[in-house]
Design a binder for this molecule. Structure first.
Ligand SMILES: Nc1ncnc2c1ncn2[C@@H]1O[C@H](COP(=O)(O)OP(=O)(O)OP(=O)(O)O)[C@@H](O)[C@H]1O
Ligand SMILES: [Mg+2]
Length: 285
């Protein structure tokens, strides 16, 4: 494959380095909670949740993925059924009290999911008059943090009440950013929302990183966009970059992470590298 960068410099303009293989953990929990968030649609939130989750599980972390999008793409992408099951919606509304009872094991050892389905689209309307409506997810997740090392929340493409719930529950935010021109526009608004949540609801929330996705190093356009992203956000931009490849849609159709669907593919290796980088940065145990 043709890449523009010289061999020693990565697409983000920084030297390529390999992050150390993660040490194995002696015990598990309490989980650090990471919200994968970008109000722009189709930027790789769900794909990143699935494959980062699978990569972390592969390195011995206990991972819980929360499907927080009524489309249920995370559940489907992990091969988990969403009809006639209890979902995150039931937990938010309190019709099911025991969060552990909604957890589904996936085919990946160490990767569990709480599913969602179209019911979740009614949540914002139902919760709007609740007391402490922004803290409902945080309260639900408190029940299960002890069992996991990391909880990943796959947000829907909006900055509404559900996303604010995710940001209020989270210790950190990971922003997947598609390498195309208009992608940059929404990020200022997203960062503003994170700042507001930090001010009013969750003082400790940190930006864990901006992840460039769907990068095509053969196009000048993608290289220029990535350069601007690094100029604007500096070290918040993760060194790991996810390239554009048709293997991702293929894996989605198969209902499996690329980590197991095509374990040797460079995209699988990129997500393993992302897991190592986040562990190296201290975003994950
Ligand atoms: N690196 C990639 N290369 C090529 N296709 C990709 C890549 N990452 C994701 N895709 C594909 O792009 C589409 C959108 O990805 P994904 O569902 O992860 O985005 P999303 O941000 O979760 O979208 P939404 O905002 O709708 O929830 C999917 O069909 C997915 O398979
Ligand atoms: Mg999604």
């Amino acid at each position: 494959m043709v890449t523009a960068a010289s061999p020693s410099v990565g697409p983000t303009g920084r030297p390529i380095r390999s992050f150390p293989a993660p040490a194995s953990l002696k015990g598990h929990g309490p989980a650090r909670i990471i919200a994968l968030c970008n109000q722009k649609g189709g930027v790789g939130k769900t794909t990143t949740t699935i494959n980062l989750g699978a990569s972390l599980a592969e390195s011995g972390r206990r991972v819980l993925a929360i499907d927080f999008d009524p489309q249920g793409a995370l559940s489907a992408g992990l091969g988990v059924q969403t009809h006639d099951v209890t979902t995150i919606y039931d937990l938010l509304l309190g019709t099911v009290k025991d969060a552990a009872s909604t957890i589904v094991h996936t085919s990946i050892a160490g990767l569990d999911v709480i599913p969602a389905n179209i019911d979740l689209s009614a949540a914002e309307v139902h919760l709007v008059n609740e007391v402490a409506r922004e803290q409902i997810l945080a309260r639900v997740l408190r029940q299960v943090t002890g069992e996991y090392d990391v909880i990943l929340i796959d947000c829907q493409p909006s900055l509404g009440l559900l996303t604010v719930n995710a940001l209020t529950a989270a210790h950190g935010v990971l922003i997947p950013l598609e390498c195309e021109y208009f992608a940059l526009r929404g990020v200022a608004l997203l960062v503003e929302t994170i700042d507001k949540v930090r001010d009013r609801l969750n003082p400790a929330i940190t930006l864990d990183g901006i992840l460039a996705t769907m990068y095509d190093g053969r196009t000048l356009h993608a290289r220029e966009v990535l350069e601007r992203v690094v100029d604007t956000f500096g070290d918040d931009v993760l060194e790991t970059v996810i390239s554009r490849t048709v293997k991702f849609p293929d894996a989605s159709v198969a209902g499996a992470p690329i980590i197991t669907f095509a374990p040797e593919h460079q995209a699988a290796e990129a997500y393993r590298q992302l897991a190592r980088e986040l562990i190296f940065r201290g975003a994950v145990a």
